[in-house]
Write a protein that binds this ligand. Structure first.
Ligand SMILES: NC(=O)c1ccc[n+]([C@@H]2O[C@H](COP(=O)([O-])OP(=O)(O)OC[C@H]3O[C@@H](n4cnc5c(N)ncnc54)[C@H](OP(=O)(O)O)[C@@H]3O)[C@@H](O)[C@H]2O)c1
Length: 305
């Protein structure tokens, strides 16, 4: 697999080899990733991205970079572009930079990172360092990580947006316990994006944050779509129900399609360190999306197991 370059036919072949339909109802030449508009700009964002927490925190050996390069190339060759990282994820920003330096076209990527420190000066330094590590002049999305010193960093992010060094602003959190605080900060700062936890196992965002994001015209990225892997353990030994086979060929696709079919959700960022899991996850980016009645059925089913 060394220096392997993926094209769409390879993805189909690899998907079938691991027993996963890459995209139900699409022909081999036509994997088409669903995109949704970023409300503030109208720019299209493909619905499946890639998280890097833990999975990109590796030493930059040729073998480790090659695996990540293949994962990112799979994303890009399937029509995706969104990578999410943070200085909190140790070596992940550097690994993204190394993947780009290994020949990945930076222009094909939408790079989202975060600021995670106290004070405006320390925040600006950290943002500069993130750009250097990722080997990019412009960061597509800069998010305040876990609402840490939001006011200081939003001021810097706005200034950098004015000078075209950052394209979009964002606020993140990963627990339902922080949703009330995040809702208040959304109303106060009106960021371009929020990033929150939402899944079949953690549906709380449906109550307030997702409707609020729609009302305020804020794009929504979803983190922890598999509850960091816990959802797979919940369905261990069980088959995807037959009634879901029209839109989900695997549990990963079942979980991801539940998320991206919510009208307020813009994109989801599952993390993986494995090419076959990336292929599986990308399969959720095309084909049929569950409607409201089907989403209810999925939710009832998950609650019952
Ligand atoms: N506060 C914040 O801003 C915040 C907090 C949490 C997360 N995030 C972001 O959200 C991203 C996603 O959340 P997360 O990393 O916590 O967890 P996650 O995406 O819910 O789950 C990742 C886990 O699922 C496994 N996995 C992925 N695809 C799979 C598949 N198709 N089949 C079976 N297993 C699969 C991965 O293992 P393998 O490596 O074996 O595939 C990994 O252990 C993070 O990486 C990060 O970018 C942000």
């Amino acid at each position: 697999m060394k220096n392997r370059h993926w094209n769409r036919r390879d993805i189909i072949a690899a998907s079938l080899a691991v027993g996963i339909a890459p995209s139900i109802a699409l022909s081999a030449d036509e994997i088409h990733m669903i995109s949704k508009p970023i409300p503030g700009s109208g720019e299209s964002l493909p619905v499946i991205g890639l998280g890097t927490y833990n999975v990109f925190d590796v030493e930059s050996t040729p073998a480790q970079i090659e695996i990540r390069r293949q994962i990112v190339e799979l994303l890009a060759s399937s029509g995706g572009n969104l990578l999410d990282t943070s200085p909190m994820y140790n070596r992940s920003e550097k690994v993204i930079g190394d993947v780009i330096a290994s020949g990945m076209d930076r222009e094909k990527l939408f790079l989202a990172t975060k600021v995670w420190t106290d004070g405006q000066s320390a925040g600006a330094k950290q943002m500069q360092r993130s750009a250097e590590l990722m080997q990019t002049d412009v960061i597509d999305l800069m998010q305040v990580h876990n609402l840490r010193d939001t006011a200081s960093h939003m001021e810097t992010i706005r200034m950098w947006q004015d000078s075209d060094r950052i394209r979009y602003s964002g606020l993140t959190h990963y627990t339902a316990g922080a949703h009330a605080a995040l809702g208040r900060e959304m109303e106060r700062f009106k960021p371009d994006f929020i990033q929150i936890n939402y899944s079949l196992g953690e549906p709380e965002a449906e109550n307030r944050l997702l409707p609020l994001a729609s009302d305020l015209g804020i794009a929504v990225l979803i983190n922890r779509p598999f509850q960091s892997g816990r959802l797979f353990r919940a369905v261990s030994g069980k088959q995807v129900p037959a009634w879901a086979s029209e839109f989900a060929a695997s549990w990963a696709q079942f979980f991801l399609k539940f998320i991206i079919s919510h009208p307020a959700v813009t994109a989801v960022i599952p993390a993986t360190s494995k090419t076959h899991h990336m292929i599986d996850n990308l399969g959720a980016g095309s084909g049929i999306l569950p409607d409201t009645a089907m989403r209810k059925r999925m939710s009832d089913f998950f609650s019952s197991i």
